[in-house]
Design a protein around this ligand. Structure first.
Ligand SMILES: [Zn+2]
Length: 193
């Protein structure tokens, strides 16, 4: 059995240690074309400071991403966006997938090139607890047309033409507060509610 696993690992090009760990499993899934939606911790777990995302406000855990299409923050193009290193690949891929799906002109028409920020050591807009932004695991888009209390259909990101945008993020395990709770439609986060 162990020699079988080692020969499979050699074929997959992962470390041949005879143990089916996360790397081998990921390589097998990718070989079989199985895309599994990642599972992220809950907000409560994140706030405990004991989740995979560590403590709030840890800037060493952040990575910069070059957005695949120009993002404007308060009217100015941003060079990079900073998010937690464990979600960086997902953010990069989701933005690329959104660009491939909509094209640049349509992203601009929908306001999906208007960036409202990611990492920010602050409390939630509702007050009280720390926001998921304080861990760099939340991002905001089109903030002016999707203010905190605005619900569907007035929030622009609640419109049917944004359905694919949300599905792309959800494939990466992200949660939309708008889709889940019908407020704060600008906001998405890599933590469950
Ligand atoms: Zn937000």
């Amino acid at each position: 059995m162990k020699t079988d696993i080692i020969s499979i690992q050699k074929k997959l090009g992962v470390k041949a240690d005879g143990i089916i760990g996360p790397q081998t499993l990921a390589a097998i899934k990718s070989e079989l074309g199985i895309k599994s939606r990642p599972h992220w911790p809950s907000q409560a777990e994140v706030r405990s400071g004991k989740s995979m995302f560590g403590k709030a406000g840890d800037e060493n855990a952040l990575r910069s991403i070059l957005p695949p299409y120009p993002l404007l923050y308060e009217g100015k193009e941003v060079k990079s966006i900073r998010v937690h290193r464990l979600i960086a690949r997902h953010v990069q891929e989701a933005l690329q997938e959104a660009l491939a799906h909509y094209g640049h002109a349509e992203l601009c028409r929908l306001g999906l090139n208007l960036y409202g920020g990611s990492y920010n050591y602050r409390s939630t807009s509702g007050g009280g607890a720390l926001s998921m932004h304080a861990w760099g695991i939340a991002l905001d888009f089109s903030p002016a047309a999707n203010s905190y209390k605005l619900g569907a259909p007035r929030a622009s990101l609640s419109h049917p033409d944004c359905q694919a945008w949300w599905e792309i993020w959800e494939q990466h395990g992200a949660v939309s507060l708008g889709r889940a709770r019908n407020y704060d439609w600008m906001h998405l986060q890599f933590a469950t509610l």
